[in-house]
Design a protein around this ligand. Structure first.
Ligand code: PHE
Length: 341
């Protein structure tokens, strides 16, 4: 029995020391120290010993057990340390490898143009207003002097929500003129950008949804000269100092007199080319002096107050600003297009 214990000790210690993995080591623990292990098997023979022999053998068996347990513990710690060292080697970070660049987004070209327009007008003391896209026909038409029967109210041009044509998607940002007159104290200086909707087929220059920026000033002694001066200042900041403009007579129900403003073609400088369709000029916006009746309907005395307003198409402004040929590119969100700005 003594020899058996000695053999177990020698064999087990050697086996523990050479175990390659935690799994191997656990199998060895079961083999030598488990309930059906070799050491237990020897201890079961204790009964065969004489009472005199038992204490010495018991002590020896205990000593072998604790030697085995100690060796097992040490071998396990050694394996863990080796595994940790291996992991540290495997997972080491090479700080000299170049990092991955983070792709930053940026503003859409139309919003770049809008931000420029806002900056220009904020710099002149204007307030930026936001308003509803679902609008009452009374604001989009009646209070802007476009009475029942006016061609722009036609069902073929406008998106209505109800049979009696009272609620609609606004077809222009001009209702913001009325909303400003309703809610703001005089004098008023506002710009109001936003989406507008018309029943147009999509092509290179049309979309059923597009953006306008409305501008309006009401004060004492406001004249057409103020309108021209302000719009010229805007154009010079948008398209460069010395950019020429021209004002042509036009008609809008809510302004009198009304005009359209053209800018000299940036491509040919006025000589005439395909971009300006041979005209030398490109139409930019509609404007005019606010009709006295529109002021009266808003409760403003046209003998004391006068004002001007304009409405500019944002897509067209961006297309001209960035030389974009097709309106659809603005809305398609093709990254290859957007990344150019
Ligand atoms: N609302 C007009 C349009 O959509 C533009 C405009 C605005 C004209 C303000 C005059 C004054 O065409």
């Amino acid at each position: 029995m003594k020899e058996q214990l000695a053999t177990i000790r020698t064999e087990a210690l050697a086996a523990f020391a050479s175990a390659g993995t935690a799994g191997d080591l656990d199998a060895l623990r079961v083999k030598y120290l488990g309930k059906k292990g070799e050491l237990t098997a020897v201890l079961k023979q204790m009964g065969k010993l004489t009472p005199e022999e038992r204490p010495a053998m018991g002590a020896l068996a205990n000593e072998v057990r604790s030697a085995l347990e100690g060796a097992l513990e040490a071998a396990s710690e050694k394996l863990e340390a080796a595994a940790l060292a291996q992991r540290l080697r495997d997972e080491a970070v090479d700080v000299t490898i170049p990092g991955k660049a983070v792709a930053l987004g940026h503003r859409h070209p139309m919003y770049i143009a809008l931000d420029e327009i806002k900056d220009i007008f904020i710099g002149m003391g204007f307030t930026v207003l936001d308003g509803p896209e679902v609008e009452l026909a009374s604001y989009n038409f009646d209070k802007l002097n476009a009475e029942e029967g006016h061609p722009s109210r036609d069902w073929s041009d406008t998106f209505y929500f109800d049979e009696d044509s009272r609620v609609m998607l606004r077809s222009q940002t001009s209702p913001m003129q009325v909303r400003a007159m309703d809610t703001m104290p005089l004098p008023i200086r506002i710009v109001a950008p936003g989406r507008v909707y018309r029943k147009d087929e999509v092509d290179a220059t049309h979309s059923p949804m597009f953006h306008q920026v409305e501008g309006m000033v009401i004060d004492r002694h406001i004249t057409m000269a103020d309108l021209k001066g302000t719009l010229n200042a805007m154009v010079e900041q948008l398209y460069g100092k010395g950019t020429k403009t021209r004002f042509r007579p036009h008609h809008f129900p809510f302004t009198e007199p009304s005009c359209e403003m053209d800018v000299q073609c940036h491509k040919c400088g006025g000589a005439g080319c395909p971009t300006c369709k041979g005209e030398g000029w490109i139409e930019l916006l509609g404007a005019g002096m606010i009709h006295p009746h529109v002021l009266e309907m808003a409760g403003i005395d046209p003998e004391v107050w006068s004002g001007w307003a304009f409405g500019i198409g944002l897509e067209r402004t961006a297309m001209r600003r960035f030389k974009i040929a097709d309106l659809r590119l603005i809305f398609e969100n093709d990254m290859r297009f957007l990344e150019q700005f």
